[in-house]
Every structure is written in C-alpha cells, then in structure tokens.
Design a protein around this ligand. Structure first.
Ligand SMILES: CC(C)(COP(=O)(O)OP(=O)(O)OC[C@H]1O[C@@H](n2cnc3c(N)ncnc32)[C@H](O)[C@@H]1OP(=O)(O)O)[C@@H](O)C(=O)NCCC(=O)NCCS
Length: 152
C-alpha cells in the first residue's frame, strides 16, 4: 500500500491500462505467464479459459500500446465471509514497478469485497513482508492450508 499509483485510468499517456476481463489474446498472455511460475506451470490453455469463465473477479493490467496482459490476479468470493486471492503474477520485465501492489490495492478496494470479513491468500514465507505492507497478516491462529489433490 506504500507505493504511489503509477498511473490512473483515463490518463491517455499512461503505459498501462486496468482490465477486469480478458480477450482471448490476453487469455493466451495469461497462459504464457502461467508457464513461468512454479504453481501454475502445466496448466493448459483450455483449463485456463474454463477458470476465467468461472472466477468471480479478474484483475488485469495490460500494456496500452500492445494490449498485452502483463499482470494478473483473481478472486473467488461469497461476498460475505470469505474472499480468496489467487495467482498474483507480474511479467518478469515489469516487476518492481508497483504493478503487483496496484493489483492488490484494486482487490482490497473492490466494492464487492468491502463487506467481506476475511480476504485471504496463500504464499511462500518470503512474501509475508510484501503482503504485510498491503495489510495482510500471517497471524491466522495456527491454521494450515490443507489440500486434497486429484490423483490423476
Ligand atoms: C510477487 C510479485 C507479484 C510482486 O509484484 P511486483 O509488481 O514486482 O511488486 P511491487 O512492484 O508491487 O513491489 C515490489 C516489492 O516487492 C518485493 N518482492 C517482490 N517479489 C518478492 C519475493 N519473491 N520475495 C520478497 N519480496 C519480493 C520487492 O523486493 C519489492 O520490495 P521493495 O518495495 O522493498 O523494493 C511479482 O514479483 C511476481 O509476479 N512474482 C512471481 C509470482 C509470484 O510469486 N507471485 C506471488 C504468489 S503468492
């Protein structure tokens, strides 16, 4: 939350544009971003399209000049008790410019999430400081993430 917003929607010379839905080309850009990250590698384009259809809220940043998706995050929510953030990813060449923080701010300020009791995410320990600056805490009463995986 500490970083200044680098652009505002409506600034005609801004290099980036916020989007809340993806074109098919941007779905392909997302699939390319997925190929680079350890937890998303191996996701197919077809399954990525299915995910995009069924996710409650999509948050993207595109290059104004090319339309290419360069940053992404998504949220599943019941709009009352829980919202969970998944897949925050910034393209490697655009990291450390504030794009990740900008997406996170858009998420926590989204009107549909203002009445939600808990906004949650899972991350590796090295990112707790990053998310801590955005208002998140690892103090969750000793909870652990548990998972049942499809054996296929
Ligand atoms: C983590 C990520 C989303 C941050 O986005 P970003 O746009 O580069 O970040 P911002 O510009 O908003 O903030 C930069 C700050 O984040 C810190 N940061 C970024 N990645 C970090 C990491 N893996 N561990 C610790 N700190 C990290 C930077 O050191 C920088 O700190 P500073 O402000 O003190 O200089 C981006 O690096 C990324 O896509 N990483 C790979 C995917 C990933 O791990 N996503 C998180 C899943 S939980």
């Amino acid at each position: 939350m500490n970083r200044p917003v680098l652009w505002k929607n409506g600034m005609s010379d801004a290099p980036f544009v916020d989007v809340d839905r993806l074109t098919d080309g941007q779905a392909r850009d997302l699939h390319a971003l997925y190929r680079n990250e350890w937890w998303t590698r191996g996701r197919t384009l077809e399954a990525t399209r299915t995910m995009l259809l069924h996710t409650d809220h999509l948050f993207g940043i595109c290059e104004r000049s090319s339309g290419r998706l360069v940053a992404f995050a998504r949220v599943l929510t019941d709009r009352a008790f829980k919202a969970f953030i998944f897949d925050l990813i910034v393209a490697p060449e655009h990291r450390a410019k504030g794009l990740g923080s900008h997406l996170m701010r858009r998420i926590v300020e989204h009107p549909d999430l203002q009445t939600v009791r808990h906004i949650e995410l899972a991350c590796l320990p090295d990112l707790t400081t990053y998310y801590g600056r955005l208002g998140f805490s690892a103090d969750v009463g000793g909870l652990l993430l548990m998972r049942r995986s499809d054996p296929r």
